[in-house]
Design a protein around this ligand. Structure first.
Ligand code: ADP
Ligand code: MG
Length: 698
């Protein structure tokens, strides 16, 4: 029954069906039934206008329209409605669609109004409230909370505003029987987690009888959603383990040992040792490794990658490392060459700016196996880059790359190489479980010894002279300074002006020859950038003015101050990344956040969070709460955004349980072949059919 096309449902017909398909992707009764409300109105409580105070959230009122008029000119034109109950009046205001509203609303009819009150010059206001006449249906309706559905302008024209959609769903819910809604969780799982049936949940999510019932319905459906997401990811992992054979790196040989004894510049941290061990076990197990290493900026991931690559070489394989920017690739190349040439290994660098001649030479040396390690940018992906025998691929700063790029590197060998994926963008656990749910993960949760925590302070524009004074002190102490400007595509022109102006002011304040200032940004050629970077690296200049091109990975231990201009324009994770450029040596390091005087509440919270903590994970949690999963880097191409009910920012607990459940199921039946688990395979296939995007995850 649920597969019935919606045009056959009473009250819909071909025209409405057309808009439902186009606007909401609702094709069948099943789709309509799983079009969940985005909010509820507590219909059990009406406020009196006199009771309204400034702290109230969304509230519900009952009353009549006293007067309604369109006022203002051009952009300021709006509909102002004076609305009264027996205790007072307030103003309802519409800036958009006011003509339509003005035509629809009438005096003398009793309305229910729902919205968020605001105070303006001592008067109470409600902008764009929901308003509907108290109708028979409303009064006889039995549910305590009334569902509110998202609608669109086109749907509204066909009478399908929230109320219209609710009516359709009510008609459908009244028709369905328990057997129509297939249960897709086993009775064991339902019992274990005290979940209500799917049928009950779907009824209650649309027409809840009480707050408690609503809560149970939400929990059940969120669990189901997250369970299937995790099942899909974990299954992918199992299927790979069963079907893809990995190279066995059984030996710890000459190169690893020689490096360890003679070249290792310092003692490994315990976290580095642990992660290295996890990688060794993986690569020796016979299954192909797909491992994510998470570690805050400066935690020493590079070295872990390097030593893993030595294991590959010891077992007769080549390996490569791909980094997101040319600057970073060069820096890695330098590090690797310095550490590995003395033990007789050949490291090469391949980037977009390598010459044709250089490329040819490198291509050839990869094929003969003469080159042991190749480092580079996206250039590594190109088809012309072929190895004699690649056994390990490392991807640095994974969030900068797409899933497809990862896959292309995987295909560089007939049998897939081990994959080691590194990220310095700490992401909340919930998000990691989802974005990287099909990968095994390792965590470097310890910094190399001797690092002093970076001190972060927030300054306003008016305190700039004080900041300059501080910078001079630091330069006198022999330190170097980054000053970073935002560069955002939409305002690129203006941003370059700001950068240039900031640079000019700086030169004025820090004149040559006493001071030397470098500048690096995206409009310079690679040679110019490289030249300026080198001057800074060699400590020939004390200040590096830059846009975010320096964001990722650059390592200059003597740079101990990071000034971030217009810090309010950066997201939290970006601020944290930038701050990670300093604090890499033994000196006390500082991060200075410069902002304008007026800050919105979100910006203020971002600055406060940065000042309060250096913990990337804590910061990522705040970031997730502020922005929602959709804006966190790396989520766009994943299925995270397809979640209908669950919210990764707040449903961490449910996610944890759902993942455990899926894991238990797969531990017992890795490929879901048992008869009793057929329900899961069936449902997975059904979902796959409805959401082709899922296949892109991981
Ligand atoms: P990230 O994890 O951000 O990639 P890097 O690998 O660039 O960090 O390491 C940051 C700095 O810490 C480098 O200068 C590196 O040489 C140094 N480092 C790495 N491991 C250790 C260690 N165990 N002890 C001391 N310094 C270390
Ligand atoms: Mg790094």
């Amino acid at each position: 029954m649920l597969d019935t096309p919606i045009e056959y449902l009473k009250g819909i017909g071909p025209q409405r069906a057309e808009v439902l398909k186009k606007e909401l992707n609702i094709f069948t009764c099943r789709d309509l039934l799983t079009y969940y409300p985005f909010r509820y109105v507590d219909r059990t409580r009406f406020y009196n206008i006199r009771e309204i105070t400034e702290e109230l959230p969304f509230i519900q009122l009952k009353g009549y329209i006293d007067k309604l008029e369109i006022v203002g000119q051009k952009q300021g034109k709006r509909l102002v409605v004076s609305f009264k109950d027996h205790t007072g009046t307030l103003e309802l205001v519409w800036f958009k669609g006011y003509q339509w509203m003005a035509d629809k609303l009438k005096t003398g009819v009793e309305y229910v109004v729902f919205g968020r009150p605001t105070f303006f010059k001592g008067r109470v206001n409600m902008a764009h409230p929901e308003i509907e006449p108290i109708t028979e249906t409303f009064l006889t309706q039995q549910s305590a909370f009334q569902a509110v559905y998202n609608s669109t302008e086109k749907l509204k024209l066909k009478g399908l505003d929230s109320e219209g959609i609710r009516k359709l769903i009510r008609a459908l819910v009244q028709q369905i029987q328990p057997q129509h809604v297939e249960e897709n969780l086993s009775s064991e799982v339902l019992e274990d987690h005290k979940l209500i049936s799917r049928f009950q949940a779907i009824k209650q999510i649309h027409f809840p009888e009480s707050a408690q019932q609503l809560k149970r319905a939400e929990t059940r459906l969120k669990f189901e959603e997250l369970f299937y997401l995790q099942l899909r990811l974990l299954k992918l992992n199992k299927v790979r383990a069963h079907t893809v054979r990995g190279f066995v790196f059984s030996r710890v040989g000459k190169f690893f040992n020689e490096f360890f004894s003679y070249q290792l510049p310092f003692e490994l941290t315990n976290a580095q040792k642990r992660v290295l061990k996890e990688i060794r076990v993986d690569m020796g197990s016979g299954r192909q490794m797909n491992r994510l290493v998470q570690g805050d900026v400066g935690s020493g991931k590079t070295l872990v990658a390097l030593m893993s690559m030595l294991l590959a070489i010891d077992n007769g394989f080549q390996s490569c490392l791909m980094a997101p920017t040319e600057i970073l690739a060069r820096q890695h190349f330098q590090t690797f060459k310095d550490l590995l040439s003395p033990i007789g290994l050949k490291v090469e660098l391949l980037t977009g700016s390598s010459s044709t001649k250089e490329r040819k030479r490198i291509h050839a040396s990869l094929l003969t196996g003469e080159t042991n390690i190749l480092i580079g940018t996206h250039a590594l992906i190109e088809h012309s880059v072929q190895f004699q025998n690649i056994g390990l691929v490392v991807i640095d700063e994974q969030h900068r790359f797409g899933v497809e790029q990862r896959a292309k590197l995987r295909d560089k060998n007939a049998s897939p190489p081990h994959m080691l994926i590194m990220t310095a963008t700490p992401i909340p656990r919930t998000l990691a479980m989802t974005l990287y749910g099909d990968l095994d993960t390792s965590l470097i949760d310890e910094m190399p010894p001797g690092r002093k925590p970076i001190k972060t302070q927030h300054f306003m524009e008016t305190q700039r002279l004080r900041v300059f004074g501080f910078l001079k002190e630091q330069i006198t102490l022999g330190r170097q300074i980054y000053i970073v400007y935002p560069l955002i595509k939409e305002s690129e022109k203006l941003d370059y002006q700001n950068l240039q102006q900031g640079y000019d002011n700086l030169i004025h304040e820090f004149p040559p020859p006493q001071y030397q200032v470098s500048i690096v940004h995206g409009q310079l050629s690679n040679e110019q950038k490289e030249f300026e970077m080198q001057r800074f690296i060699k400590n020939e200049t004390q200040i590096m003015v830059a846009t975010t091109v320096i964001e990722v990975g650059v390592n200059i231990p003597n740079a101990s101050v990071m000034v971030i201009e217009s810090a309010e324009r950066f997201g939290l994770s970006q601020l944290h990344q930038l701050r990670g450029r300093v604090g890499r040596g033994s000196d006390q390091s500082y991060c200075i956040l410069m902002t304008g005087y007026k800050l919105g509440p979100d910006s203020r919270l971002r600055m406060e969070t940065m000042v309060r903590t250096n913990d990337g994970f804590e910061i990522s949690e705040v970031d997730l709460k502020l922005r929602g999963p959709g804006d966190i880097e790396g989520t766009q191409q994943s299925g995270v955004l397809d979640l209908k009910l669950a919210n990764l920012a707040i449903d961490g607990h449910v996610l944890q349980l759902a993942r455990q459940s899926a894991q238990t199921l797969l531990d017992e039946d890795p490929l879901l072949e048992l008869e009793k688990n057929k329900v899961y395979t069936t449902h997975l296939i059904l979902q796959q059919k409805n959401r082709p995007n899922w296949s892109k995850i991981g």
